[in-house]
Design a protein around this ligand. Structure first.
Ligand code: PLP
Length: 385
């Protein structure tokens, strides 16, 4: 694995995380890294979903894409394709800062928010400082922690499939990092503003050196009025980081851009690990337009709400329990094994979410376009029976 000299030197002063990571990587070698990266069969799954004609409601992508204004900005950026993208980085950080009412020093750009999930584990955990996650949740952080040999404390979601906050706060004592996915993928549940603030207050009081990463990848899709972003908390508390992505409501999953929000001293712990200029010139130009385009975001929210309501109505009408959904995907208890169902659905041309143990009968369906959902439910109906 390429670990730069700069990142390695930084690790010597970063609580030891990199000190264990480098020998581990050397010991395990490239094959282990490759196995780690492809361990969930995700790549094969995605390739199957990408076959022509397949309805792709498996990966919580936005079916509509980013829209004409973003493409126009990207085309305009070709003139700077031969230059390193410093100006573009500044422009995007400023645009993001403006939308959140913060400063650009509070924004760290990344190659997809996935890069941030990886580097927070590298920078903030070690074999003595565990990672705390919910189970199930988005798996990137814990997969990387397991690869590095960092202990992972996984706390089951509660009976309503929500992150179980008190046991997570208990597990946070002495941990390096808590991964708090809000809304949570795959369960689509959310915690309100007061609950998140109280959780962070408790963790900061009982374990002052633990960082809480609040992953708000699905922020724009939340309708729950008690919810609010944790960005104001990250502005106050150097042990809170919020991550966002351009992959969901902005429809730019293929372009790979995300960002972290935090105090400069919080981001300074991460920046030695990040790939310098990991967001390319074209994507920077597109994302700068996208983050400020409130009308487009509102339109995407509306489309998602309508297609989601249609899908919910179909499944509830057919007698299946559909969970609360504060995102662009739904969890549906199909009362049969999701693994077999997924394979059957793919054979008929619909790619659905994979199984998320221990919720083995809960199907995660991403919300496609209305036309896609109308076709999908007709195809899935006989497989459900
Ligand atoms: C909760 C959550 N966080 C982060 C990501 C990674 O997104 P990206 O790397 O595309 O920004 C995903 C992707 O599905 C996700 O569901």
């Amino acid at each position: 694995m390429p670990v730069s000299r700069r990142a390695f030197l930084a690790s010597l002063g970063a609580g030891g995380a990199g000190v264990i990571a480098l020998p581990l990587v050397q010991g395990r070698g490239r094959e282990a890294l490759y196995a780690f990266q492809s361990s969930t069969g995700r790549r094969a799954d995605r390739m199957a979903a990408s076959a022509p004609g397949v309805i792709r409601i498996d990966s919580n992508e936005n079916p509509n894409g980013p829209g004409a204004r973003v493409f126009e900005a990207m085309r305009g950026a070709f003139a700077e394709a031969n230059r390193y993208p410093f100006k573009g980085e500044e422009a995007l950080r400023e645009a993001i800062a403006k939308t959140h009412g913060i400063k650009s020093e509070n924004v760290l750009l990344s190659c997809g928010s996935g890069e941030l999930l990886r580097i927070t584990v590298q920078a903030l955990t070690s074999k003595d400082r565990a990672l705390v996650v919910a189970s199930p949740t988005f798996e990137s952080s814990q997969n990387y922690a397991k690869f590095l040999g960092t202990p992972v404390r996984a706390v089951p979601v509660d009976a309503k499939l929500r992150l179980d906050l008190q046991p997570m706060a208990d597990a946070a004592k002495g941990a390096g990092l808590v991964y708090f996915c809000n809304p949570n993928n795959p369960t689509a549940t959310v915690h309100g503003k007061a609950a998140v603030a109280q959780f962070i207050e408790q963790v900061s009081r009982t374990s002052p050196e633990t960082t809480v990463l609040v992953d708000e990848a699905y922020h724009e899709y939340v309708d729950d009025p008690t919810y609010a972003t944790a960005i104001p908390l990250a502005m106050q508390n150097p042990h809170v980081i919020v991550t966002r992505t351009m992959s969901k409501v902005f429809g730019m999953a293929g372009m790979r851009c995300g960002y972290a929000v935090g105090r400069p001293e919080a981001l300074a712990k991460l920046s030695p690990w990040i790939l310098d200029s990991g967001v390319n010139q074209l994507v920077l130009a597109g994302a700068t337009v996208a983050v400020a385009d409130k009308a487009h975001i509102a339109d995407e929210q509306k489309k998602n709400r309508e297609a989601k309501a249609f899908t919910r109505k179909f499944f509830e009408g057919a007698g299946y329990a559909v969970g609360v959904s504060e995102a662009n995907f739904l969890m549906i208890d199909i009362r049969k094994d999701v693994k077999a169902f997924k394979a059957d659905a793919l054979r008929k041309g619909v790619a659905v979410g994979r199984q998320f143990p221990p919720l083995n009968t809960q199907l995660r369906l991403s919300v496609g376009t209305m036309a896609e959902m109308q076709r999908a439910v007709e195809i899935l109906k006989p497989i459900l029976a």
